[in-house]
Design a protein around this ligand. Structure first.
Ligand SMILES: [Mn+2]
Length: 309
């Protein structure tokens, strides 16, 4: 049980993954609030030095440190599908809270529900199973992760349990307006400019079923956007009626190619990304490749997609 590991620990580190999203930060944040009730030392860790400004409405993000404490005797990771996503080479006791289908169970204890729509849902269910009181701060953090991972409840798999959870969290004090404004009304001009350029350059292949995007550092410099800004365009492309899959190949600053794949269910994105040591979910996944040129990766992935469709 996670509870006994937690009870025995003195210094607990909560880990959000590299380049954290609202789900990873929200689940770690809710846990941070919960652990404040104990007398333990807590560190909120993330290896990425800068947290995106639009996510700083999530409670406790100002406490995040990118230095991993040496005296930690328990770490809890949130939304990290693989050990590499932790961004730290820690080999002590580790609880792994996650919902990625590709999670490789790297924890001492793994609390993984691949049917959950967000890691905040896994944490919420765990709090409920332990009769842990959820205060307004925790509710807001859990709600932010749920909202982000369900694309603002637009995911077709949102069922009654998701709306019940949302309802309950709102009753407990989650702030819908703050979450919507933080997650959807905080775009930068650079990211919108980038989206425009990417859509202009989008190629439709496989009879229009695959939307293909390629981004290099020049395009990022031209628009002033970051690599992280590219992914939202994939979600736009998939809303085209004929498009079932969207693929992004982006050249990274320090070499290598960053891959992001979105599927409307036609193919298993996670399986394809696992061929490149990446992973994720059935409908969205990613990987980083350093040993192959972009052209080769592009052609390989197109043929994998073709096989599956
Ligand atoms: Mn997630």
């Amino acid at each position: 049980m996670p509870l006994s590991l937690i009870e025995e620990a003195n210094h607990i580190v909560l880990i959000a993954h590299q380049d954290p999203d609202a789900d990873s930060l929200g689940s770690a944040s809710a846990f941070y609030s919960y652990l404040l009730r104990t007398q333990k030392k807590i560190t909120f860790y993330c290896s990425s030095p800068n947290i995106a400004a639009h996510l700083t409405f999530i409670p406790w993000t100002q406490k995040i440190s990118n230095r991993f404490p040496l005296d930690a005797d328990l770490a809890i990771s949130f939304d990290c599908g693989s050990f590499g996503r932790l961004g730290v080479d820690y080999n002590g006791e580790l609880i792994n809270f996650d919902h990625h289908i590709s999670n490789d169970q790297y924890g001492t204890l793994n609390c993984i529900d691949t049917s959950a729509m967000s890691t905040t849902q896994v944490v919420y269910e765990w709090f409920r199973s332990q009769d842990i009181k959820i205060n307004a701060k925790m509710a807001n953090a859990l709600y932010a992760g749920l909202m982000d991972d369900t694309k603002c409840f637009r995911d077709p798999r949102c069922a009654l349990n998701i709306f019940s959870m949302a309802h309950r969290l709102l009753e407990l004090g989650a702030d819908h307006e703050q979450c919507v404004n933080g997650l959807y009304n905080s775009k930068t001009l650079a990211s919108l400019r980038l989206q425009g350029e990417m859509l202009k350059r989008m190629k439709l292949v496989l009879d229009g079923q695959l939307a293909l995007f390629e981004v290099d550092q020049e395009l990022l410099a031209l628009t002033g956007a970051s690599l992280g800004d590219c992914k939202t365009v994939l979600d736009e492309a998939i809303t085209l009626k004929i498009v079932n899959v969207a693929l992004l190949l982006a050249v990274r600053k320090r070499g290598g190619i960053s891959l992001s794949l979105r599927s409307d269910g036609a193919i298993n994105a996670s399986e394809i990304m696992q061929r490149y040591q990446g992973g994720g979910h059935h409908d969205r996944a990613g990987a980083k490749v350093t040993d192959k040129p972009l052209e080769q990766i592009r052609e390989e992935i197109i043929s994998y997609i073709k096989e599956e469709m």
